[in-house]
Design a protein around this ligand. Structure first.
Ligand code: NAD
Length: 393
């Protein structure tokens, strides 16, 4: 009888699990169902570009229906409400309950607000296509409003957090705002664009030479960095900082960190700070019939104390390992251990600049070559999933 494989999440981990499992398992052997809250597979690594209109929505929101057409994968567009591993059941917002033989949790991460007062209420985030569209519309409206009222809060944009998400976003703002201002009859010199970072430096962990390069490149284009100072509160029109100062603004985009998906933490499977712990085969350490992919899992490289970072390139590779391991577990064959390949870290700094460290040698790239590599990695992903589609029987 066909086994039920239920995959929660249609992002990098979920989609790649579905396609890889289907590559190995016929429809008679397994019924594969993907549940996703949006009808699209969202390329969230490119949301910073959508947030300034430097990309069309259909480039980053790919129809799951089209992607899975003819692949014998059931698609349910609904929001997961509760996961009950003891009953092997998942409840959806519509009231529907789904049961499974094997469950894959691939629900991604959530923005962490760290309990900072007013932040969740008044800031914008960048975790979905909807979020990016909201940022774009809001900034356009504020610059338009500024052209009429000259209210300083409308001419001030703050990015909270100088990690990769914040830096890529501030780079896009730096490139887009001069044109937007010109179109709205505003002098770009009147705009303030801040990136506030609590740590001593932006891009913690990145090579210092590349960090310096990013800083200089962005400062030249009008970004002001405030480092070593945390955001402590957000009100409707002002951001308070730990040093007692405040910035008058109606736009804070919060990119200060991510945390495990709350549904995973609440499910009762074994977790480490809200992310599911897994063995080398990416099975939950407490529930072997549950695999966990992407940011929902915490994976420690053998013998190391720091887990792998929650990135798209890992999520997709986890999906592939899980897809294969589901097949292997059904057939009683040995499962494969998760051994990720790191292609490196690529960060765009707007349209024409970027920084990158590549491969095990940590080769450094900057400028247009890094920018082009970033573009190429986006295309590589799309080619990769298309390649997988054609392999699926
Ligand atoms: P992050 O956790 O990497 O960075 C958040 C930053 O916000 C940190 O530098 C932190 O010090 C700062 N911060 C936290 N609290 C603050 C406060 N109160 N005030 C001011 N600053 C504060 O989060 P991210 O940038 O969203 O990245 C999440 C993950 O996604 C990371 O693993 C990252 O490597 C990955 N990512 C990769 C890419 C890429 O490869 N191009 C792009 C985006 C994200």
């Amino acid at each position: 009888m066909s086994k039920q494989v239920l995959i929660l999440g249609g992002g990098y981990g979920g989609l790649l699990t579905a396609l890889t499992a289907r590559k190995h398992l016929s429809a008679e052997e397994a019924t594969i169902t993907v549940v996703n809250r949006f009808p699209t597979h969202q390329i969230i690594t490119e949301l910073h570009r959508l947030a300034v209109g430097n990309l069309k929505e259909n480039n980053v929101a790919l129809s799951l229906d089209k992607l899975l057409k003819g692949k014998d994968v059931n698609l349910v567009i609904d929001t997961v409400e509760a996961i009950k591993p003891e009953d092997k059941r998942v409840t959806l917002a519509s009231g529907e309950t789904l049961s499974y033989d094997v469950l894959v949790m691939a629900l991604g991460s959530e923005t962490a607000f760290f309990g900072i007062p007013g932040l969740q209420e008044h800031s914008f985030t960048l975790k979905s296509v909807n979020d990016a569209n909201k940022v774009r519309r809001h900034v356009e409206e504020r610059i338009e409003a500024y052209s009429k009222t000259k209210n300083k809060a409308d001419a001030t944009i703050v990015v909270g957090g100088g990690g990769l998400t914040g830096i890529e976003l501030v780079g896009e703002f730096a490139d887009m705002l001069p044109t937007l201002c010109r179109n709205k009859g505003v002098d770009f010199k009147e705009i303030s664009l801040y990136c506030v970072e609590a740590g001593p430096s932006i891009l913690a962990g990145f090579n210092p030479e590349l960090v310096e390069r990013a800083k200089t490149s962005l400062e030249k284009r009008g970004v002001t960095f405030l480092t070593g100072v945390a955001i402590t509160e957000m009100k409707e029109k002002s951001v308070s900082l730990k040093d007692g100062s405040s910035i008058e603004t109606s736009t804070l985009v919060w990119t200060g960190g991510v945390q495990g998906n709350a549904l995973v933490g609440a499910s009762g499977i074994e977790c480490n700070r809200g992310r599911a712990t897994v063995n080398a085969f990416l099975q939950s350490t407490s529930h072997p019939d549950v695999f966990v992919a992407g940011d929902s899992a915490v994976v420690f490289p053998t013998g190391q104390e720091r887990p792998y970072p929650p990135t798209a390139q890992l999520a997709w590779q986890m999906g592939e390992t899980i897809g294969y391991n589901i097949f292997a577990s059904f057939k009683g064959a040995p499962m494969e251990e998760f051994n990720p390949v790191f292609s490196g870290t690529l960060a765009s700094l707007g349209r024409k600049d970027g920084i990158a460290t590549l491969g095990a040698s940590q080769t450094r790239l900057k400028g247009m070559p890094a920018s082009l590599m970033k573009e190429a990695s986006h295309i590589r992903y799309l080619t990769h999933i298309n390649g997988l589609f054609s392999l699926v029987h």
